[in-house]
Write a protein that binds this ligand. Structure first.
Ligand code: SF4
Length: 364
C-alpha cells in the first residue's frame, strides 16, 4: 500500500466523539478537515468528475453507519458458499485494482467512508454472538473495503480486536493487500484473529493491483503477524491465466512457504478472475489497457464471466498439488465455484455451507 494520504477529511457532526476521529486527527493533522451536518447526502452528491470512482478514493468521509453492520456474505447464485459473515466498517478502498468489483457495486455511491459508531457495531455483533454461542462464525471485514489499508489512520482493527479476541465462537478475518500491520503487533489476538492476504505473483500485482503493497511487502507483513501470534490466511484470488502463469504461481508458493509456518495457516482459498458484464464495461472505461480484458471467458449461471471450466479445474488442481507439497493438511477451499468444479478438484463437494464453514473452526 503505497503512501495513500487522503486529500481531505469530511466528518459528520457527532462523529467527533468516536475513537476513530481521534485516531484520524492524530495521524493526519495536516489534512484539511470539514465538519458537516449530514455526510450521507454530501457523499452521494459529490459527483461531476471524469472518473468519479477514482476521484472518490481521495477524500475520506467519517460518518455514522445507519444500517446493520453484521450480515451474512451474499455469496454467488448456485455456487458453493462458505458460510461467511461480514462486518462492514468502511466502504470503498484507497487502492485501485483493475478487476475490483467495487467499481460496479459502488458506482452510484463511491465515496470512501469509514464508520464512526463502532459502539453500535460491537453491540450488534455481541447480540448475535451471545444468542448463538453454539454456532461458529467466520467473520470478515473486507467485503466492501480492504480490512487494513486505512489502518494507519483509522486504527479501526486495533479498536475492534480486543472485543473479538474474547469471543469463543468466532474467527475474525482481516483481509488485505496492504502491509499495514504495525498497530496490530502489540495486541493479543488470543487465537481468534486471522490476518489474511490476497496474493498474486509480482507480475500481476505490478500490472493490475494499483497502489497495493508489493508481494514481498505483503509477505513480510504476514511474517510479522505470525511472529506476533496471529493466525494467517492467504487468498489466491483472483488467479490470472497468462503465458508462464504456472512458473510464477509455483515460485510464489515456494516463497510463501519458505517464510511462513504453514501450521499457523487457518485457510487458503483459490478463485479465478470473474466479472459481470457490467464490471467488464467499467474496467474498459477505467483501465482500457488492462490485459484482463482480452482473455477468453464464458458466462456462468450466476451471471459472471470466468475462464472455461476445464481451464479452471486445471489451474485449481495445479495449485492444490503445489500447496500440498509444503502444507499437506492445510484447509484449502474454492471461492464462488460450482459443486461440479469442487468435485473435479477435490473429489467431493461440501454437503452444505455449514459443513464448509465448520471445517474452518479452530481445532486448538
Ligand atoms: S484491494 Fe480489494 S477492495 Fe481494494 S481495490 Fe483492490 S480488490 Fe478492490
Amino acid at each position: 500500500m503505497v503512501n495513500f494520504v487522503p486529500q481531505e477529511l469530511i466528518v459528520e457532526r457527532g462523529s467527533e466523539s468516536s475513537p476513530i476521529y481521534r485516531n484520524l486527527r492524530r495521524a493526519l493533522p495536516e489534512v484539511p478537515l470539514t465538519i458537516i451536518d449530514e455526510a450521507g447526502a454530501a457523499a452521494l452528491a459529490d459527483a461531476g468528475q471524469a472518473d468519479l470512482f477514482g476521484a472518490a478514493k481521495k477524500k475520506l468521509y467519517l460518518m455514522r453507519h445507519r444500517g446493520e453492520f453484521f450480515k451474512k456474505c451474499p455469496g454467488s447464485d448456485g455456487q458453493v458458499c462458505c458460510n461467511y459473515f461480514v462486518i462492514n466498517f468502511a466502504s470503498n478502498c484507497p487502492m485501485d485494482c483493475s478487476y475490483c468489483y467495487l467499481q460496479e457495486y459502488l458506482q452510484d455511491n463511491p465515496a470512501l467512508k469509514v464508520f464512526s459508531n463502532i459502539d453500535d457495531l460491537i453491540d450488534e455483533a455481541d447480540r448475535t454472538l451471545q444468542k448463538h454461542r453454539g454456532v461458529f462464525f467466520r467473520i470478515g471485514t473486507g467485503e466492501i473495503t480492504d480490512s487494513l489499508a486505512l489502518e494507519p489512520y483509522t486504527g479501526m482493527a486495533r479498536e475492534l480486536i480486543p472485543y473479538f479476541a474474547e469471543q469463543p465462537n468466532i474467527l475474525l478475518e482481516l483481509k488485505t493487500k496492504s502491509a499495514s500491520v504495525e498497530s496490530l503487533l502489540d495486541l493479543d489476538p488470543k487465537g481468534r484473529v486471522v490476518v489474511a492476504w490476497s496474493m498474486n505473483p509480482e507480475r500481476v500485482i505490478a500490472l493490475e493491483e494499483h497502489d497495493t503493497a508489493s508481494f514481498h511487502q505483503r509477505l513480510a507483513a504476514a511474517r510479522r503477524c505470525q511472529d506476533a501470534g496471529y493466525r494467517l490466511g492467504f487468498h489466491f484470488d483472483p488467479m490470472i491465466e497468462y503465458e508462464g502463469w504456472q512458473a510464477d504461481y509455483q515460485a510464489m508458493l515456494e516463497e510463501i512457504f519458505a517464510t511462513i509456518d504453514w501450521r499457523r495457516l487457518s485457510w487458503l482459498s483459490l478463485g479465478v478472475l470473474r466479472e459481470t458484464p457490467g464490471l467488464k464495461r467499467r474496467m474498459r472505461e477505467r483501465y482500457p489497457q488492462s490485459r484482463l480484458l482480452t482473455g477468453e471467458q464464458v458466462l456462468c449461471p450466476d451471471g459472471k464471466m470466468r475462464y472455461f471450466q476445464p481451464l479452471r479445474v486445471e489451474m485449481y488442481r495445479n495449485m492444490v498439488r503445489w500447496i500440498r507439497r509444503h502444507a499437506p493438511t492445510v484447509k484449502v477451499y474454492l471461492c464462488m465455484e460450482s459443486r461440479e468444479v469442487w468435485q473435479q478438484v477435490f473429489g467431493f463437494a461440501p454437503a452444505c455451507e455449514k459443513e464448509l464453514g465448520n471445517q474452518m473452526a479452530p481445532r486448538a
